[in-house]
Design a protein around this ligand. Structure first.
Ligand SMILES: NC(=O)c1ccc[n+]([C@@H]2O[C@H](COP(=O)([O-])OP(=O)(O)OC[C@H]3O[C@@H](n4cnc5c(N)ncnc54)[C@H](OP(=O)(O)O)[C@@H]3O)[C@@H](O)[C@H]2O)c1
Length: 281
């Protein structure tokens, strides 16, 4: 790392990859992120795995991350099989020392990170009336989501600032977008914190050439949710969405790829509901 003054991006010195008017656009995919390095936390399965696969499909060298090495091997094999460039890192995102080790490992193997998707998280407390929520469950959920996202951004922002560029996507949840008596409150509060965290980082780091956006998915049919949610309930839930289906990990991946790409170069601080119309904020 250098101690150079960070580049201040002004309309004059921003170089745009926008095509000239009338230019023939390249099809999506393949070479969009050639030369870029991406880290997707929590990409050993679920939404994170889909985002990692999609970024690799579009040319990024991708660091996949989680704690389950067998699951990481499966995702790495998928990316290799598609001709993508991948490395694997492990560690707990609620630990700043683990995150530092992850950063060092990715930088050594692939180079500095251009694209950061802070996806790792999940709910650690079942829905319950507030007075029945155990304090340890509350702390675990806040740590797993809000603390983890804070520590992840804290670890990677300084390098992005020094380089004067970077694109960040955080993953919150539809639970943060509207109140519902069946929502796990700690999870909703943690994810609402991620929304505020992301928008404030966007406001602080925009002058350093860094964009930060947040995706708030409704129920996504990950492997885990397919097993956990009975099929009849999946069908009932689908009917509550104007688009009459639940989301897929790929729905979120496509949104993430757009947000970190140059197509979104003037979009920052956005909260993007990927919800089949269930949330219209
Ligand atoms: N699925 C949904 O319906 C839905 C809806 C809205 C928002 N979200 C959010 O989307 C994100 C991904 O959800 P998902 O359903 O795809 O989750 P998932 O299938 O349960 O996978 C979670 C991923 O995060 C990793 N992870 C979790 N805690 C971690 C920790 N402390 N340290 C390191 N890695 C950790 C897991 O790693 P290992 O398993 O390898 O340890 C795994 O790779 C989460 O932030 C979740 O809250 C999900």
């Amino acid at each position: 790392m250098t101690s150079e003054t960070p580049t201040r991006h002004t309309p004059e010195n921003v170089t745009s990859n926008r095509p000239a008017p009338g230019a023939i656009l390249e099809p999506a995919g393949s070479h969009r992120f050639d030369g870029k390095v991406a880290l997707v936390t929590g990409s050993s399965r679920g939404i994170g795995a889909s985002i990692a696969v999609e970024l690799a499909r579009c040319g990024a060298a991708v660091a996949i991350h989680g704690r389950d090495t067998k699951a990481l091997d499966v995702v790495a094999a998928r990316i290799h099989a598609a001709g993508g460039h991948v490395t694997t890192v492990t560690g707990d995102v609620t630990s700043s020392s683990d995150l530092e080790a992850i950063r060092e490992s990715v930088e050594e193997t692939l180079g500095p990170i251009d694209i950061l998707v802070a996806n790792a998280g999940g709910n650690r407390t079942p829905p319950a009336p507030l007075e029945q929520i155990p304090e340890d469950g509350w702390r675990a959920t806040i740590n797993e989501n809000l603390l983890a996202t804070f520590l992840t951004l804290k670890c990677f922002l300084p390098g992005m600032k020094q380089r004067g560029s970077g694109s960040i996507v955080t993953i919150a949840s539809a639970a943060a977008r509207r109140a519902d008596a069946r929502t796990p409150i700690a999870y909703a509060a943690a994810k609402a914190g991620i929304v505020a965290l992301t928008q404030n980082v966007a406001a602080q780091a925009g002058p350093d050439g860094i964009r930060a956006n947040c995706i708030t998915p409704e129920t996504i049919l990950t492997e885990h949710n397919r097993e956990r949610i009975p099929v009849a309930l999946q069908e009932d839930l689908a009917q509550t969405h104007p688009l009459r289906r639940l989301g897929t990990p790929e729905d979120v991946a496509h949104a993430a790829v757009f947000l970190v790409s140059d197509d979104a170069e003037w979009i920052t601080g956005l909260v993007l509901d990927v919800s089949g119309g269930a949330i219209m904020a």
